[in-house]
Design a protein around this ligand. Sequence first.
Ligand code: FAD
Length: 399
Amino acid sequence: MNEHPVLIAGGGPVGAIAALALARQSIAVRVFEADVAIDESPRAATTHPATLEMLADLGLIDDLIARGLVARTFQFWDRPSGRLIAEFDHAVLARDTPYPFVVQCEQHKLVDLAIQCLSGLPNARYDFATQVTEVEAGADAVEIAVRHGDRIERMTGSYLIGADGGRSTVRKALGIAFDGYTFPERFLVLTTPFDFAQERGCGFRSYFSDPDEWANLFKVAGNDGRGLWRVVFPTLPGETDEEVFNETSVQQRLQKFFPKSGSYPIVHRNLYNVHQRVAARFSQGRAFLAGDAAHVNNPIGGLGLNCGIHDAVELASLLVKVLRGEESADQLDRYGARRRPINVKYVQEQTIANKKRLEAKDPEARAENFAFLRRTAADPTAHRAFLLRTSLLESVRAG
Ligand SMILES: Cc1cc2nc3c(=O)[nH]c(=O)nc-3n(C[C@H](O)[C@H](O)[C@H](O)COP(=O)(O)OP(=O)(O)OC[C@H]3O[C@@H](n4cnc5c(N)ncnc54)[C@H](O)[C@@H]3O)c2cc1C
């Protein structure tokens, strides 16, 4: 066993899960998180069956379900007409997985759960307010510099996992290209307690196609468990933060989405830049990239973090075998060789198609999309195949 710990840059969901997967196998880990506390901004919530299986192996499933909401179905709507086009039901996956549903659980709760588990493991340490600033991936070890306040410390690790998000310092330090593109529009997330299920008959995951302004609607449990709805809209290219966030414009967007008497109560308003990018390589020597550091995508379909957790679990499993001497170090090449094409095929392609489906402008293309969704939902074999792909089960079963 190598004498140095595995170092992890970034203690978001991917870094925290990678640490847990390693530490539960008695591998020493150190996680360095630049922020002073867990980031609670509304990002991922949808946790798919393939990921639930992995979180169950890590002992997190019961707590995740307890803190989230179980959603068996998701819906596609035509926004201009207000018609429900198709509904998909994960129950058709009952023979494929012990978890034929998604769990809507905010990503900050998953990080919190993972940190709690890490705190009970003697070989794991997680530090907030500690930023990785330099990386040198040598042949026999990895050296990093971490800044904690005014203090700079140098650390040596057996391996380094860069789980430090889309702007990854690790990826940049290794000189790995992050090719792809950024959308001109941003995604606005408005969070409200208004009950779209009771008032409008919407499911916990509802996708609205609209040639003028598509929308996504999700329910999450919220910190008090009483339930919050997140409505996601594209902004217009060039719209400023003030134009998007001012109360009049927020209310107009929501009233146009679903008119109601009185104004919508708003608990959060957040804006995100959205990209489709994949790192040219997922590793270099003893340093690896995982999660958003390796790939970013638009959130329609809820796949980015799910795929990042799959990276973390697969990489941890390989590292455990190599560090225990059960596999030779060259087996670590399998990580990038498998995970990069999986991301391109199952996450980049699917999220790009999801966005095109929602924003299609041509009436014929829209009609074809709706016909495809109705046909797929109505045919049990096609329904199952569609869900195997959207749930990422197909990607994890791929050899
Ligand atoms: C609106 C929205 C909705 C989404 N919905 C979903 C969804 O439903 N399902 C899904 O699968 N995905 C979803 N995503 C994507 C998901 O949020 C990301 O894929 C996920 O956050 C990636 O996790 P990560 O740990 O790789 O990166 P991050 O969450 O970005 O975490 C990286 C961490 O590294 C830290 N860090 C950065 N630099 C350093 C450094 N130099 N040193 C130390 N620490 C550092 C950061 O502070 C941060 O805590 C959504 C995204 C958005 C914007």
